[in-house]
Design a protein around this ligand. Structure first.
Ligand code: SF4
Length: 319
């Protein structure tokens, strides 16, 4: 990929180099635009070489994201962004891997992968475009739509509870957990930068507006036009908020930080908390693997010739 002269003097890569020429065909006003722009700006801020980034998506409107970001990318199967991202990172631990998908894709179809990616702690990032509906298939209720809500494409209000993704992520063991809002791009860029910088699996749920099918969670609703104040509550506006576990060996501190994050995640209705909920430094899966296969510290798996591994015992076992 050329390193063009368009980049600012202090930067090697320009913002434009993270964009493709593919026509973005999301509906006008879709919150996906804010998330796409935020990811591109975050990659630009971090100055990650585009050829060292892999964007992996599942199926849904948000599944098109890798088409619009000029890095490596794969548009995979429904709910399968995380296992493919896991494989990409294990094959090449020098890549920055970002998985993206919708709430139906990640919390419904791919729910098993969502849980198990949390406990594995591979060094990668997962961003979920959470709009409460399956937009690509005409707006059926997704796992995050709260009980009693009825969007315009539903015949009746939902009779199931919605899941709380932050609470699930806390239980699953994600080592960095955040939530953003698609239309607050400045804050979202900062959250994505922090998520990518985190060593371990970072999970970022993003409130996203779907103006076509979700006529309840509109930008006017988030802005709180009916109640005279925004419904978005920034966690970092609270001077006592500190989501970072200082002593990862302290069960007491972990429980205290998780409990506080859990309380914040259950704020609902007119107070929707956004920001960093939880962060802890724990050994990553990649690093633990490299202690078993020291060559991985120097070279990614994809560059290791097979002869460096003694595979004969495996063949013997299978004979
Ligand atoms: Fe966006 Fe909704 Fe249109 Fe999908 S259906 S592109 S989520 S506005």
């Amino acid at each position: 990929m050329p390193e063009t002269a368009a980049a600012p003097a202090s930067k090697k890569f320009s913002l434009q180099q993270y964009k493709t020429e593919v026509h973005v065909d999301w509906c006008p006003g879709c919150g996906d635009f804010g998330i796409l722009s935020s990811i591109q700006q975050a990659l630009f801020q971090l100055q990650l070489p585009p050829y060292k980034v892999a964007m992996i998506s599942g199926i849904g409107c948000s599944g098109k994201t890798p088409h619009y970001i000029d890095t490596y990318g794969l548009h995979t199967l429904h709910g399968r962004a995380l296992p493919v991202a896991t494989g990409a990172k294990l094959a090449n631990n020098q890549l920055t891997v970002v998985a993206v998908g919708g709430d139906g894709d990640g919390y419904g179809i791919g729910a098993g992968y969502f849980l198990n990616s949390g406990r594995r702690n591979i060094d990668m990032t997962y961003i979920v475009f959470n709009n409460g509906v399956y937009g690509l298939t005409k707006g059926q209720a997704s796992p995050t739509l709260a009980k009693g809500l009825k969007t315009k494409s539903m015949p009746d209000p939902s009779i199931q509870e919605g899941i709380n993704p932050i609470a699930v992520a806390l239980g699953a063991g994600y080592t960095w957990i955040g939530r953003g809002y698609a239309l607050d791009v400045k804050s979202l860029v900062s959250l994505i930068v922090q998520a990518i910088n985190h060593k371990g699996t970072s999970f970022l749920d993003v409130f996203q507006t779907c103006p076509v099918y979700n006529d309840l969670r509109t930008k006017e609703w988030y802005a709180g036009e009916d109640i005279g104040r925004t419904r978005i509550r920034r966690l970092d506006a609270d001077p006592t908020w500190n989501p970072v576990v200082a002593d990862a060996s302290s069960i007491e501190e972990i429980v205290e930080k998780k409990t506080r994050a859990l309380h914040a995640s259950y704020e609902s209705g007119d107070n929707l908390a956004v920001g960093v909920f939880y962060s802890i430094d724990l050994p990553t899966y990649d690093d633990q693997l490299a202690t078993k296969v020291p060559a991985l510290k120097e070279h990614p798996l994809v560059d290791l010739p097979l002869y460096q591994r003694d595979v004969q015992p495996l063949f013997d076992e299978l004979a």
